[in-house]
Design a protein around this ligand. Structure first.
Ligand code: AMP
Length: 284
């Protein structure tokens, strides 16, 4: 596996594959790789001839007061993990390479970015503007045939699909299932912030989703009842949800009832970490 740090070197490294019309898969990450990221690399490896993993802690998607400075970084460890999953190229650009002095363009998606994590009192739509700007830039740099994202960030996946559709970006967006710890906690680079007590309480997020799923499996369809069952799990752990909502898994419109594909999404602060999780409820 080759590590490249500049756009020029990345393009040069990909040129032979492009000439040979080999398929290119991109896995964009912020590093601190865990099994969730590795599952994306495995999906890309299974689908594509050439797998590019990017590691870039994107300052534009962190708000003031968020954890940009303290975000976990360990390139050596990440390199070993990406290589062991068969990645071909690791793209690790410096901030100046991506946002050189004078960089002044933002790519924004509309309403999908204004709810859940994007609500003004939370991370705000600016967070997703940071995401869509870096993802557009990475798509233009790498020009992948397919790009791999996790269902863990359900809203991000929908926003990227919308970006690609609206701007006719020629890339296939693959959303891969959430990878969990054996006890159910969704894997996240931010889990590293949790002490043992917080780690135990963080489990309430996935428990809340399980409780919602159980109500739906038992025939419940009303949003109020499903949300109440989920909220009871958060309450039991002493967690206050930043949000706990049922929305259409297609367009994030509010769901009064569980009908077809409905997203149950939760965000909560656990000690120093802001954690999110979600599940798609069936029910017809
Ligand atoms: P991040 O490094 O947190 O920006 O995440 C990079 C990619 O990995 C995003 O597409 C995430 O949705 C995905 N991802 C993060 N955690 C998980 C997980 N537990 N399971 C599956 N994908 C994940």
């Amino acid at each position: 596996m080759k590590t490249v740090r500049t756009v020029t070197d990345l393009r040069a490294a990909l040129a032979p594959a492009r000439r040979a019309e080999r398929s290119v898969g991109l896995v964009p990450t912020m590093g601190a790789l865990h099994d969730g990221h590795l599952s994306l690399i495995r999906h890309a490896r299974a689908d594509c001839d050439v797998v590019v993993v990017s590691i870039f802690v994107n300052p534009k998607q962190f708000g003031a007061g968020e954890d940009l400075a303290g975000y976990p970084r360990d390139e050596k460890r990440d390199r070993a993990l990406a290589e062991s999953e068969g990645a071909d190229l690791l793209f690790v650009p410096a901030v100046q390479e991506i946002y050189p002095t004078g960089f002044d363009t933002t790519v924004t998606v509309g309403e999908l970015t204004e709810v859940l994590c994007g609500a003004p009192e939370r991370r705000g739509a600016e967070h997703f503007a940071g995401v869509t700007t870096i993802v557009t830039k990475l798509f233009n740099i790498v020009q992948p045939h397919a790009a791999y994202f996790g269902q863990k960030d359900a809203q991000q996946g929908l926003v990227i699909r919308k970006l690609v559709r609206d701007l006719e970006i020629p890339v296939r967006v693959e959303i891969c299932p959430t990878v969990r710890e054996p006890d159910g906690l969704a894997m996240s680079s931010r889990n590293a912030y949790l002490d043992p007590d917080e780690r135990a309480r963080a489990l309430a997020l996935s428990r809340a989703l399980d409780a919602g799923e159980a109500r739906v499996a038992a025939g419940e369809r009303s949003a109020g009842a499903v949300l109440a069952a989920a909220r009871a799990e958060l309450d039991a752990a002493g967690l206050e949800a930043e949000y706990l909502e049922l929305r259409s898994a297609e367009d994030l419109s509010c769901a009064e009832r569980v009908n077809g594909s409905t997203l149950l999404a939760v965000a909560a602060r656990v000690g120093p970490a802001r954690l999110i999780d979600n599940t798609i409820l069936g029910g017809t």
